[in-house]
Design a protein around this ligand. Structure first.
Ligand code: HEM
Length: 407
């Protein structure tokens, strides 16, 4: 495909799945014959789609590919120009180095392996309480509404210092922010409502600090006149953590549970040897890659990626689902789920400076929730046929809108 082809002649990002557990068909052929190919966007423009594992890692770690210049996500949204031209302070996903690191560093301390280890008993307690409630209610129950969303929402609420009573508000806003057909106006409105919700919280915590991350960040900022954490930055960071912190992992919990139920040999292996849980979590993250349409960057100068010339200003999409099914990842038969293998080199959390800040927390929540769920309900099964389940084909983060289960 040449650079001069008219966008309407170009293929689109593959989006239509065949099997709900596999990426849309089309990626394998692209990896083999056109690993960096020109595609058309729903907005009418065009850009590049990168499908091989090595190229995706190179792209995401090369500072010449900018997150800042990516003012929209044109590969999935019909609405263009949905984001402000100038990113707000603290908007980690939209900043380049060195500005990005100045905001990421203070928050990172709350998400280290050690800090997450300290949180584990509390996560276990939250999971056990939800499982007790499920058992008491009796099946069928919706695993998304009764387990996955409450666990991840309760954990991030406690960590940040947000009231769980406000869950309806932030669940609704997450829905609007992550739906691929949301208009630019809907996106802007949801962002504004979320910002005023968190800004009010920042003001309240300055008056009455609690034992939580927002209060800690406010105290650090107030004690250091050189701190980049202004109230606007704290609001933007708080909004990002609240949304990224519950939606992603909740979808991995529900979709991960269903995937194991649909692969009974794998589930039996996990039940027989709970020490496999860490590997199972990595393999599910790889196999399912819920950031289903990939990540967007913009070339800040003319350059070459994987032998392909790319012009300054071009949009480039890193397909995480494709990279994670590429034999170049170094595993055999990547289209097979094998919870015993070592697939930790996957890119489900991205790669490079923006690699997921909450990944240790996500891993702990996934491991504790999935192992406890299957230990508690040996007869767990979906309450409806898989082809009747509402998969999230319409959202940036894949998963299930509902998952009725019984036992
Ligand atoms: C299974 C669950 C999760 C998945 C698959 C996931 C995936 C990702 C990916 C792919 C990125 C990279 C974005 C980019 O490069 O543009 C990212 C960034 C991020 N994630 Fe996650 N995430 C998960 C859970 C979480 C949790 C639990 C939190 C917070 C507590 C979180 C907070 C963040 C933040 C703040 C960033 C931005 C980092 C930066 O730009 O420096 N994520 N995540």
């Amino acid at each position: 495909m040449t650079d001069t082809a008219h966008p309407s002649d170009l293929p689109e990002l593959p989006r239509q799945r065949g099997c709900p557990f596999d990426p849309a068909p089309g990626y394998q052929a692209l990896r083999e014959s056109a690993p960096i190919s020109r595609i058309t966007f729903p907005s009418g423009g065009s850009g590049w789609l990168v499908t091989r594992y090595e190229d995706v890692r190179t792209l995401l770690s090369d500072p010449r590919f900018s997150s800042r210049l990516a003012v929209s996500a044109p590969h999935v949204r019909s609405a263009v120009a949905a984001l402000p031209e100038q990113p707000l302070p603290g908007a980690l996903l939209r900043l380049d180095e060195p500005e990005h690191a100045r905001y990421r560093r203070p928050v990172m301390r709350a998400f280290t392996v050690k800090r997450v280890q300290q949180l584990q008993p509390r996560i276990q307690q939250i999971v056990d309480e939800r499982l007790d409630a499920m058992e008491k209610a009796g099946g069928p129950v919706d695993l998304v509404a009764e387990l996955a969303l409450p666990v991840t929402s309760l954990v991030i609420c406690e960590l940040l210092g947000v009231s769980y009573d406000d869950r309806e508000t932030f669940h609704r806003l997450a829905g609007q922010l992550l739906a691929i057909e949301s208009s630019a106006e809907q996106g802007q409105q949801a962002r504004a409502e979320l910002a005023s919700f968190i800004a009010a919280l920042v003001a309240a915590k300055r008056e009455r600090p609690g034992d939580d991350l927002l209060s800690t960040l406010i105290a650090e900022a107030d004690a250091d006149p050189g701190s980049p954490l202004t109230d606007v930055a704290l609001t933007v960071l708080g909004s990002l953590l609240l949304i990224a912190g519950h939606e992603t992992t909740a979808n991995m919990i529900a979709l991960g549970a269903l995937t194991l139920l649909e692969h009974p040999d794998q589930l039996a292996a996990l039940r027989a040897d709970p020490a496999l849980a860490d590997r199972a979590v990595e393999e599910l993250l790889r196999y399912l890659t819920i950031i289903q349409f990939g990540l967007v960057r913009v070339a800040s100068e003319d350059l070459t990626l994987g032998g392909q010339a790319i012009k300054a200003g071009d949009y480039v999409v890193a397909s995480l689902p494709s990279a994670n099914r590429d034999p170049g990842l170094g595993i055999e038969d990547p289209d097979r789920l094998d919870i015993a293998r070592d697939s930790a080199a996957h890119v489900a959390f991205g790669y490079g400076p923006h690699q997921c800040l909450g990944q240790q927390l996500a891993r702990a929540e996934l491991r504790i929730t999935l192992t406890s769920l299957f230990a508690r309900f040996p007869g767990l099964r979906p309450a409806v046929r898989v082809d009747q389940l509402p998969f999230r084909d319409d959202m940036i983060i894949y998963g299930l809108h509902q998952l009725p289960v019984t036992w």
